[in-house]
Structure formats: structure tokens, C-alpha cells
Design a protein around this ligand. Structure first.
Ligand SMILES: [Zn+2]
Ligand SMILES: [Zn+2]
Length: 197
């Protein structure tokens, strides 16, 4: 049976609250002593996962490290987990076109949706009037890249005026939704600098 390697926050918390995890920790303390393996402190002792591959009760002794809360914080750095926390990958070139960060972020995400997935297939599913469209509500854009509805309205207007995108209202899941089409030729003109003053 393949091991489950992805656990969401809630699932991880359930495990951390379980007797099983308490037993694993107690057993580890018996073997290696209840003190920080970085600084030797004996207060505020916690157990850190060096790897999550056996997370959830199958941890081996070498998967774990005993740390005080201070060293544990140092080990994790900021409370950002690259495995679970969302991020975007921004091409600065898109920001440069309009000298506008928000419009650059929106364009970056539109291009992302028009790029192919790992299997070389389109990420887009909505095919209308002979072309693929992005069907997303304004709050979906917020979810994706933290652009507010007001910021979206402003940036999409800039992109439409440039000719890089076209928008049209179609029904999506029964709701009138702005659909976005990316004009790649036009975007390339901007990337080549042909439309820049
Ligand atoms: Zn940890
Ligand atoms: Zn320590």
C-alpha cells in the first residue's frame, strides 16, 4: 500500500494530539534523553520531524530530533511550510510591461493558466467561440494571488486596453462570469518591446 505523504493541517494536528505520538516521543526520550539535541537545554522540549515520509505513526528513530522550543523555531525558521503554504512564481518581465506590480501579477497568473501542465496538456477546460478561456470569479483571483476585487477590476481594464486580453461574460456554473482570453501574439509584441513607448 502506498504511504500517504500529504497531510493537511487538521490531519497533522489530530496526530500530534494522539496517544500514539505521545508514546513515540516518550520512547525517544527513553532512548536519547529528554534534552535538546542542539543546545542541551532540558526545558520546553519538543520533537521535530526531520522528514515527513513516515509521518503519522511509522516514524523511525532517525526521522526525529529532540529540540527545545527555541531551537525548534530556529530549525523551522519562519512559520512558512513550503510543502503546504501557497506561493506564486512571478516573472518580473510581466510587471515591467506596464510598470505596475498588480497588473503584472494578474498577467503572470493568466499566462500560468494558459501554459501547459506537466503532461503537456492545457490547464483550461472552457472552450467557447473557438478558443479556450479562463473562467474565474473575482474572489477566485484573490484566492490564487491575493489581488482584491477592486485591484482585479483595475488591472483587467489595463490588460484589455492593451489588447493582451479579451474578456467576455459567459455563464459558468449557472452564474454570469467574466471569462478571460489571452492573446499570446499581442503579449509577445509587448515582450519584444514593440508596443512600448
Ligand atoms: Zn519541527
Ligand atoms: Zn535547544
Amino acid at each position: 500500500m502506498p504511504e500517504k505523504t500529504f497531510y493537511n493541517k487538521r490531519e497533522r494536528q489530530i496526530f500530534y494530539d494522539s496517544q500514539e505520538w505521545t508514546d513515540i516521543k516518550e520512547n525517544l526520550f527513553k532512548i536519547r534523553g529528554k534534552k535538546c539535541e542542539e543546545c542541551g537545554r532540558k526545558k520546553n522540549i519538543q520533537v521535530h520531524h526531520l522528514t515527513y515520509v513516515r509521518f503519522g505513526g511509522n516514524e523511525l528513530e532517525e526521522d526525529l530530533k529532540i529540540l527545545c522550543s527555541k531551537c525548534h523555531t530556529d530549525e523551522h525558521g519562519l512559520l512558512i511550510d513550503p510543502k503546504y503554504d501557497k506561493k506564486i512564481n512571478l516573472y518580473l518581465k510581466f510587471v515591467d510591461i506596464f510598470n505596475d506590480l498588480l497588473t503584472g501579477i494578474l498577467l503572470n497568473q493568466i499566462v500560468f493558466w494558459y501554459s501547459q501542465n506537466k503532461e503537456g496538456l492545457s490547464k483550461l477546460r472552457v472552450f467557447k467561440e473557438d478558443k479556450y478561456w479562463i473562467a474565474k470569479r473575482r474572489n477566485d483571483w484573490f484566492e490564487e494571488c491575493r489581488i482584491s476585487e477592486y485591484q482585479f477590476d483595475r488591472s483587467i481594464k489595463i490588460l484589455k486596453q492593451s489588447g493582451i486580453v479579451e474578456t467576455k461574460i459567459f455563464k459558468f456554473n449557472g452564474e454570469p462570469t467574466t471569462h478571460i482570453y489571452l492573446n499570446k501574439e499581442k503579449l509577445n509584441e509587448y515582450l519584444k518591446g514593440e508596443n512600448n513607448d
